[in-house]
Ligand binder design. Sequence first.
Ligand code: HEM
Length: 467
Amino acid sequence: MSDELDPRPEDLKQRVWESIQRDELPPRDDRGRMRVVMNNLVLHLHPSKVAKPTLKFTYTWGLGGLALLLVLLLAITGVMLMFVYTPSPETAYQDMLRLQTEVWFGQLIRNLHHWSGNLLVVVAFLHLLRVFFTGGFRTPREFNWILGIILLLLVIGANFTGYLLPWDQLAYWAVTVGSSLLSYIPLIGEGLRSFLLGGPEVGAATLTNFYGLHVAIIPLALMGIVSFHIWRVRKDTLTVPHKLDGTVDGAPDGGQIEKVTTLPHLVSRELVFALVMTGAILLWSLWVNAPLEAAANPDHSPNPAKAAWYFMGLQELLLHFHPVFGAIIIPALGLGALVILPYQHFDLSAEGIWFRSRKGRRMALLAVLAALVAVPLLVLLDEYVLDLPGMLPSLPTIISNGWLPLAALALLLIGYYDMMKRVFKATACETRQSVFVLLVTAFIVLTIIGVAFRGEGMALMLPWEVL
Ligand code: HEM
């Protein structure tokens, strides 16, 4: 082709720009702007303009973005780990040792993967709370909330399947305890457990199954649903933070909310946040090693044998309820409540206001205090005083230790709901929020008791006796 017909521009800056943008620098008119949007990767993820108040960090705390960053970090470090790891009981543990001693930066890559995975569970949960407390799940975002719940379950599934791969004592017994929860599902529980484990107990087939789930099936599902989730955030737009009086920063009289272009206002903030967080995770991983105990020994169970920390709330419930209730009915009720939550009737005017109103904030605080006092008291009562199956020997334990305590707790909750509504003259929306805070705090307290206050034989102990 002769030089005159070569369509490439002479100017190097222009050529570099076009190679990235897939287009010449467009004129600054409406059609030009549209062309930029269509040909720009960032603007496929974000709208071209966002409401200025949504840039405020203390509205989202960057939690959704941080979850995304962690998913990416996990994918990169996970692929690196795959170069060194073979999922077989003969080699898995040796690979871990080799990774830590012989492979360049092997320990660091493992630490990054381990800590990012654990942090992702916490961050996804905190992001769920942020969305709940700012009313981000209401119309038109109900389905994105459901996608979020699926993402949280996938994140927990990814963590649980990855837990087994080092094939040390911690991994082996945490998965043995965790998977035993499945066997309490009536009729199909045992079958489901054997299917997942590839046999009656954790062994070579379990390692192969978990490896497949951990490196292929769950990540593929996670990536697909995360893309869908973020596309929906772009289409539905992010909720706009409002002040307690219902006004928006920059538009106090209810006028037009100021908008700014995504590039550079939002993207520059996202880049700085991503760099700072990557730096923090890197520093932590340089400093704190991921745990690795002795090689797995199926003949020697540690005492106590605990599940992974994010299942300790459930394991604690199992100590107080009939297994079908602790492992299945109560978690299923919690999950069901989360799924139907966005389809309830809600006060739309409170959208974007943290905790809905001043009253909502006071009621939430009260709920935290109530759970902090009531849950440890109930645990102590059940541990040292109350023995329902012993007191009611004629009843089957599923009634004395299942239906009865559940009914008592349900009555307490209804009483709490009624009292809150009447004492505070609150709306249904504020009262439901208070119940939600009570239950979430209760679950967190149960998890802390399970992790830090349960020692040998799962007896209650002080943390320094447990560790
Ligand atoms: C891997 C896990 C997740 C990723 C990567 C992710 C990513 C994001 C991002 C980037 C945003 C926009 C920025 C922000 O709100 O911080 C967002 C918003 C949102 N997320 Fe998630 N998310 C995840 C899990 C969840 C969970 C567990 C839920 C709830 C059950 C959820 C529900 C929502 C909703 C409803 C919005 C819109 C909120 C609004 O407009 O105020 N997400 N998510």
